[in-house]
Design a protein around this ligand. Structure first.
Ligand code: DNO
Length: 358
C-alpha cells in the first residue's frame, strides 16, 4: 500500500508540505484544485503547477480528491453533457500529469455532513459529530448550511462549495422528483461516458461512500451499503470503475461490515483508495469521530487493515479525519497532529501484518 495524506494546496492549507514529508512512510499527498467549481475544465498549467510544487517537496501527486461532479449530472439534466465533456478532458489531463486515481462522490447537494464540527471531549480534544435527530428537526437547510460554514471558521468545508450552497433552494426543488433509481441511472450515464477515457489514460475512478450512508433531508443517497456498491460497480464493469472505501463513512451505519466489504471488493481489485479512520457510536443515528486507534472507537482498525493485507491491497491509503488535539487550530477534521498519529498507527499495523505473515 502507499501511504498518503490529504493536503488542500498552499493557498488553503496551513500545513506545509515539508511537515507532511516528515511523517514516516509518507509517499505523497492527495490534493485538488480547490477553487475549481464543479463541472469546470481544469487548466493544464494549474495541474502542472500543483504537481511541481508537490514533487519539489519530495512527495508524489498520484491521487486527486476530488474532481467534483456538477449537480446537473446527478440530476440528469440535458446540460450534463457539457459538464461530462469537461470531466472527460480533465481526466485526460490529470492522467497525462501522472495521476492514477480520482476520488469523487455522487451525493446530491451535500457532501459529507456533520451536525457538530467541534464537539468537546472530556480529555479536551474536539471532534466532529453527527446526530440524525438534529437533522430531522431542521426545516431550513439553508440555515443549517450557514451554521456549518460558520462553524468551519476561516476554512471552507471541502465539498461544500459556495456556489452550490448559494443554490440550495433551487437544488432542493430540482431533486424533489429524483428517485434512487434515477440517481443510479444518472451515475451510469456519467460512468459510461467517462470510464473509456479513464481506461485510455490509466486513471482509476473511485467513488466515495455517502456520508452518512443514508438519505438526509429527503435527498436520495445510493453509495450506502455493500449491495448498492455491487450495483454501482456493475453499472460499468471495468476495473477503472472503482471505490474509495471510507471506513468512517460507510461504517457509520453499524449494519455495514467494513472488513467484509474490504475482502469482497478488495479481492476483486475494485478498491483503489482506502480512507481509514474510526468513529464511536453514541446512539441510534448518532456518532462522533474518534482517534484512529481501535481502543478509542467502535471500529476495529486492526481487522480492517488485516482485511486489506489479506487481499493483497496495493492501492493508496490515507488516514482520515482527526480530532483537534494539542490546541491545534485548523480545518475541522483536517489538522496535522491527529492525522499524523493516525498515519503512523496505520503504518505500524501494516508493518506488523507484513512481518507476521512471513
Ligand atoms: C470529507 C471527505 C469528503 C470526500 C468527498 C469525495 O472529509 O471524505 O469530502 O472527499 O466526498 O468526493
Amino acid at each position: 500500500m502507499k501511504m498518503t495524506f490529504r493536503w488542500y494546496g498552499s493557498q488553503m492549507d496551513p500545513i506545509p508540505l515539508r511537515y507532511i514529508k516528515q511523517i514516516p512512510n509518507m509517499s505523497g499527498v492527495v490534493s485538488s484544485l480547490m477553487d475549481m467549481p464543479a463541472g469546470a475544465l481544469w487548466p493544464t498549467e494549474r495541474i502542472r503547477a500543483l504537481k511541481q510544487e508537490v514533487n519539489d517537496a519530495g512527495l508524489e501527486l498520484e491521487v486527486i480528491e476530488s474532481v467534483n461532479i456538477h449537480e446537473d449530472i446527478k440530476l440528469g439534466l440535458p446540460s450534463r453533457d457539457e459538464y461530462i465533456d469537461n470531466y472527460r478532458q480533465t481526466v485526460a489531463r490529470l492522467g497525462q500529469a501522472g495521476v492514477k486515481v480520482i476520488c469523487y462522490n455522487f451525493m446530491p447537494v451535500f457532501d459529507w455532513t456533520r451536525t457538530d464540527l467541534a464537539k468537546p471531549r472530556l480529555d479536551g480534544a474536539a471532534v466532529l459529530a453527527y446526530d440524525q435527530s438534529i437533522i430531522d428537526c431542521i426545516t431550513d437547510p439553508q440555515a443549517f448550511a450557514d451554521r456549518i460554514q460558520q462553524g468551519a471558521g476561516d476554512f471552507e468545508m471541502a465539498g461544500w462549495e459556495p456556489e452550490r450552497m448559494a443554490e440550495l433552494k433551487k437544488l432542493f426543488a430540482q431533486y424533489a422528483s429524483v428517485s434512487h433509481e434515477d440517481l443510479f441511472r444518472n451515475l451510469q450515464y456519467f460512468l459510461k461516458a467517462v470510464i473509456p477515457v479513464c481506461e485510455q489514460y490509466d486513471v482509476k475512478l473511485a467513488i466515495h461512500p455517502d456520508d452518512p450512508p443514508w438519505d438526509i433531508f429527503g435527498l436520495p443517497r445510493i453509495c450506502t451499503n455493500a449491495e448498492n456498491v455491487r450495483r454501482i460497480l456493475s453499472l460499468v464493469d471495468s476495473p477503472y470503475n472503482g471505490l474509495t472505501l471510507c471506513s468512517g463513512s460507510m461504517g457509520s451505519n453499524p449494519c455495514n461490515d467494513i472488513p467484509a466489504m474490504v475482502r469482497e471488493f478488495g479481492a476483486q481489485g475494485r478498491i483503489h483508495f482506502a480512507h481509514v479512520r474510526n468513529i464511536r457510536f453514541t446512539g441510534p443515528g448518532q456518532f462522533e469521530e474518534a482517534a484512529h486507534f481501535s481502543g478509542d472507537g467502535s471500529l476495529d482498525l486492526y481487522e480492517i487493515m488485516k482485511a486489506y493485507h489479506d487481499v493483497g491491497f496495493d492501492g493508496y491509503i490515507r488516514p482520515d479525519h482527526g480530532r483537534m488535539i494539542w490546541d491545534e487550530q485548523g480545518r475541522a477534521g483536517y489538522g496535522l497532529y491527529d492525522r499524523a498519529l493516525g498515519a503512523v498507527y496505520l503504518s505500524g499495523l501494516w508493518e506488523a501484518l507484513e512481518k507476521g505473515s512471513k
